[in-house]
Design a protein around this ligand. Structure first.
Ligand code: UTP
Length: 237
């Protein structure tokens, strides 16, 4: 179901949601310069967008502290979520008035803002998931048909950091992406794949075309937002 803004409303409903990797936005503290650079690339695309920000290094450090203190994974996740909110607020501010006065922390409030603001910015929502899954859920909530995952890599058939012969996918199906995410999930708990398994299943069930781009090259971000050619990976049916 596509969410429509009414003709009297100022902005069209976003067709694109961005999943902004925490590693880009926070290497121990929110990176305001990076948020500003990313915000200019987002604004230069000239379209409405949703965005969900990850936690990065500071989220992992705060989660570790919370876990050490209480032994609770719930508390560790809540500490991580708090940092995603900080990062999201830095991106919201960099996007200016068109991103409204606050970030959203649940999907229905985010959806209620459609038409009233050009950019809808969120952080994490509930413990036990990640901002990859949040971005897929926001895309579903807004009826957005494209998701752009902005991190530092495209999708490869094996880890390019350890395998020099790893092959990059230009395009791939949802089923192929799910298989790769499953492989990573099974290998070792906590093994990191570019997009987590829940997020992969969500984009597949709602046929949300997902672009994986390297956020250090902002021209790639803009191209993916507009559905133009880029150097990353496109996942679709
Ligand atoms: P992410 O793991 O999504 O951030 O959230 P990230 O830094 O972008 O992740 P990478 O770069 O892909 O590793 C940070 C942490 O916040 C908690 C989890 O503990 C997660 O690891 N979190 C986030 C939640 O519990 N729920 C959410 O909805 C989002």
């Amino acid at each position: 179901m596509a969410i429509k803004s009414s003709p009297s409303q100022a902005y069209p409903a976003p067709h694109v949601v961005l999943s902004v990797g925490g590693s880009l936005l926070n290497d121990g503290a929110p990176n305001t310069q990076m948020a500003k650079a990313l915000a200019s690339a987002i604004m230069s695309a000239g379209i409405s967008a949703g965005a969900v920000c990850g936690g990065g290094k500071q989220a992992r450090a705060e989660a570790d502290k919370a876990r050490d203190k209480s032994g609770s994974e719930f508390d560790a996740d809540m500490a991580g979520i708090a940092i995603t909110h900080k990062n999201a607020d830095v991106l919201r501010k960099a996007l200016g008035a068109a991103a409204g006065k606050k970030i959203f922390t649940d999907f229905l409030s985010a959806r209620a803002a459609v038409g009233k603001q050009k950019f809808i910015v969120m952080g994490g929502t509930i413990p036990g998931i990640t901002t990859d899954a949040d971005s897929a859920l926001l895309a579903e909530a807004l009826g957005a048909k494209r998701l752009v995952n902005i991190s530092n890599t495209a999708i490869y058939d094996s880890d390019p950091r350890t395998n020099p012969n790893a092959k990059k996918f230009d395009t791939m199906s949802y089923a192929q992406l799910i298989s790769l995410a499953q492989l990573s999930d099974n290998r070792r708990a906590g093994t990191h794949f570019v997009f987590d398994l829940l997020a992969c299943s969500l984009i597949a069930r709602s046929n949300i075309e997902t672009h994986f781009v390297d956020g250090r090259d902002l021209a790639q971000v803009k191209a993916a937002m507009l559905g133009n050619k880029h150097n990353g990976t496109i996942v679709r049916n």
